[in-house]
Design a protein. Structure first.
Lengths: 164, 164
DNA sequence: GGTAAAACGATATAATGTACCAACTTTGTC
DNA sequence: GACAAAGTTGGTACATTATATCGTTTTACC
């Protein structure tokens, strides 16, 4: 099992998250022979600025401060589409929002834990869980191709019962 | 494990699905002291007319044929909200669409199998899967409150490798 | 029958996402 | 370098999904 929950939900040097994410992105793009253009990189940066899923129109609003000019929704959605395809970000359907993938490149399925209080989201990837989902749906006659698990509740930091 | 996959994906007497669903709905409403008004019942009927998740605006379009008058989006969304609260239907976030719940009243978490080819969706509820999701997220420090699992792939009927 | 709560009607508008086409940039080839 | 092809961006308009607001009607209950 791998997860970024500890870092996502607790105080940490977030600049390191951002730097690491951008470095991984550059590597992924180089490997895929894809171009991480300024718009794409800035959109990825904005998404990584926090551990809260970010909506497309929030990105549209925040881009001018970083680029000096307004960028229209279609361009933002194109950047998002690019980042999704390279699996550098994920879409969280119930929020219509996007979050950086902490471990791109590694084969994994999406399990997101969204805190209903602070809004942060972390990702976890667990082989045995993926396997059980595959088995369960297979028993129901379904040939699984992709999956998204969304969990809502309280994160480490927001749960009063957590010692920390 | 309980699932409606067999009936959802294969030829069957769908009128029985509809009738059963409406009967369950009446029981649920009576038990909850809630009113299954004509609009609400018609919306539920429309959602149950097929095993494909139905969008709110499809309902808006189809209602006049059943009720004789146009019903505006807010009224439809209010009916949907009511049905969601009573757990008579589910929302499938990735589709912005709604599907009838085949086993309301019984405590369960949502696992949806959406066929990418025919668009039908079935639901499965498996205790061991729910438990593993709870365990996995708990290990990551998360206190789970609700979950939605969406699986995409090929259903029984659309999978050429399925003998049937 | 009077009253409060619940439900509905109707208009307007917010939020999210896409189609389309023109212009510009990069890449590869000669 | 000149050129063509592919990829990327700019910009307008529009489609789709969802909600805010307020006035009216219906229902439940005493």
């Amino acid at each position: 099992m791998i997860s970024n929950a500890r870092s996502a939900y607790q105080v940490h040097d977030h600049q390191r998250c951002i730097d690491a994410a951008l470095n991984r992105a550059r590597q992924c793009c180089a490997a895929a022979n894809a171009r991480l253009t300024p718009i794409r990189e800035t959109v990825l940066l904005l998404i990584w600025k926090s551990h809260k899923p970010l909506g497309a129109y929030s990105i549209v609003e925040q881009l001018p401060a970083l680029t000096g000019k307004r960028i229209q929704p279609p361009s933002v959605y194109r950047a998002i589409e690019f980042l999704l395809e390279l699996r550098l970000i994920h879409r969280i359907p119930s929020l219509n929002a996007f979050i950086g993938c902490p471990f791109p490149g590694s084969e994994h399925s999406d399990v997101f834990m969204v805190c209903r209080q602070c809004g942060s989201a972390a990702e976890v990837s667990a082989d045995n869980l993926n396997q059980l989902i595959a088995e369960t749906t297979h028993k129901a006659g379904f040939q699984l191709e992709s999956q998204t698990v969304e969990v809502s509740g309280l994160c480490l930091a927001c749960n009063p019962e957590t010692p920390h």
